[in-house]
Each structure stands twice: as structure tokens, then as C-alpha cells.
Ligand binder design. Structure first.
Ligand SMILES: [Zn+2]
Ligand SMILES: [Zn+2]
Length: 262
């Protein structure tokens, strides 16, 4: 079937628009972006990435500074893109400008990432919005992405299990622990028996400090076994962390030089 689809694409190429720059492209290989955008630095594919939250790392350190210093309750998180440049634009467009058509290509790229990372899960849950936010926005962007992933993996999507029962303040200026406090008691679980002993895939559009995913995981893990997280994009490593890594490297190389001199 896949081969048939490929041949059909070659014979009758569909004209689509690059999801990042909007340019017309022919989808010979079914990638929803153009070759110029493919060279952009917004793919989260650097050689070293945090084993827990997928943050790109300048050196092979295993875990990012953030995961080393504040424990994450989820088993592992992944994101195919870094939240920067055109990625920011399409995420904002998707969630605030009614660009629901982006759910399909975005969900597909997230599913590819999940296959590549070999994530294993039984049920898919989107990070919920409060009823007030849902009314205002009309749709939950994470649910649209989760729905695409559910179709591709043929795994059940449940939107009735995890609910957001408290309206929270904007988190933009807050760090991880303040965000955790802001989200305390914000989520609730319905039908806990349905997730008992299961592996859950939690879906969101972006991950910043990981506080939202972590707070959802805390309540889910009262009943389920494992929680994996996928977002379309994630925050890049911040300057403070970069400085810490380069300082650490400097110390390492000075130590080595000293040993060589002795
Ligand atoms: Zn493009
Ligand atoms: Zn990390």
C-alpha cells in the first residue's frame, strides 16, 4: 500500500505548501516542507540530547542541567523541533489563528519522531485546556495533534480522562518551580481504572520548562505505569546552561593539561 502511494505520488505529484515558509512544493517524498527549510537549524536533531527531556546539548553529558537539578516525573519526552524562528510562527498560527489544517502535517512529523525514538504506549491523551480557555479558543490544539498521532499509530485517543479544572495564570515569565506551583491542583482524572497499569503518551504543542507535562504526569502516575511526552517543539538550551557547559569543559581541559605537564 505504501509503495502504491509512493508510485501514485511520483505519477501525479500533489502540490502542497511548505508548512514552514508557505512556498509551493511537490511532495515526492511526502515531506511537508521544502528543501531550503530542511537546512534550517530548527530541527531538534543535534548529536547529543538530554536523555530525559530531549534538550539539545553541546557535549555528551547525558542529561541537561535542568533535568539534573529538578526531577522529572515523566519517563521520557521528545520533540522534533526547536521552538525558534518559523517554528514559533507556525505554532502561534496553529493555536491562535484557527489554522487547524496544520494539525495533519504537524501530527505526522511528531509521529515520525515517535517511531524514530521507538516510544511504546497504549493510550494517547492530549494536555487539556480549562473549559474557559476552550470556550475562548474554540479548539484544543493539543487534541488536534493527538488525534493525528492516534490515527497514524491506531491507538486510542482519550480526551475525557485528564481534565484541567483550574484556570491558571500565564506562565511565560515563570521558571520551572513557579510553574509547578502555578499548576498545582489544576488537573483532575476521570475514570482512573481506564489507565491502570497503562503506558500513556501525553501530547502537547510545545514544551518550555516541562512543568505542564510534569504536573499532568504526577496525577496520571497515581494510576498508570509510564508516561511519555511528545510535543511539536521544545525550548532550546538557554544561555545560562550553555555557559555552565562551556565552564565545565574549560575546567576539564585545564585539568587535563595540568596532568600532562606533571
Ligand atoms: Zn520552506
Ligand atoms: Zn533534560
Amino acid at each position: 500500500m505504501k509503495l502504491f502511494k509512493k508510485i501514485l505520488n511520483l505519477l501525479f505529484p500533489r502540490k502542497i505548501k511548505c508548512i514552514f515558509c508557505g512556498r509551493d512544493i511537490t511532495n515526492f517524498d511526502e515531506k511537508p516542507y521544502c528543501s531550503d527549510c530542511e537546512k534550517e537549524g530548527f530541527f531538534n536533531n543535534s548529536e547529543f540530547r538530554c536523555k530525559c527531556c530531549d534538550t539539545p546539548l553541546p557535549v555528551n553529558e547525558g542529561y541537561c542541567y535542568h533535568c539534573k537539578t529538578s526531577h522529572k516525573d515523566f519517563n521520557k519526552a521528545t520533540a522534533p523541533f526547536i521552538y525558534t524562528g518559523n517554528i514559533k510562527k507556525i505554532v502561534i498560527n496553529f493555536k491562535s489563528n484557527n489554522a487547524k489544517y496544520l494539525a495533519e502535517p504537524m501530527g505526522k512529523l511528531m509521529a515520525e519522531r515517535l517511531k524514530h525514538e521507538d516510544f511504546n504506549f497504549d493510550i494517547i491523551l492530549p494536555v487539556p485546556l480549562s473549559s474557559k480557555s476552550l470556550k475562548k479558543r474554540d479548539y484544543n490544539q493539543s487534541e488536534l495533534l493527538a488525534n493525528e498521532i492516534s490515527k497514524i499509530f491506531d491507538k486510542p485517543l482519550r480526551t475525557d480522562i485528564l481534565c484541567k479544572i483550574k484556570e491558571t495564570h500565564h506562565q511565560k515569565e515563570l521558571g520551572f518551580s513557579d510553574r509547578q506551583n502555578n499548576l498545582r491542583d489544576a488537573f483532575n482524572i476521570n475514570s482512573p481504572k481506564d489507565i491502570k497499569g497503562k503506558k500513556i503518551l501525553l501530547v502537547d504543542d510545545i514544551m518550555t520548562t516541562g512543568a505542564t507535562a510534569n504536573q499532568c504526569t504526577k496525577i496520571l502516575k497515581k494510576y498508570c505505569d509510564e508516561v511519555y511526552v511528545v510535543t511539536f517543539a521544545r525550548r532550546d538550551i538557554n544561555n545560562r546552561e550553555k555557559q555552565l557547559f562551556s565552564l565545565k569543559n574549560l575546567l576539564k581541559s585545564t585539568k587535563k593539561k595540568k596532568q600532562e605537564l606533571h
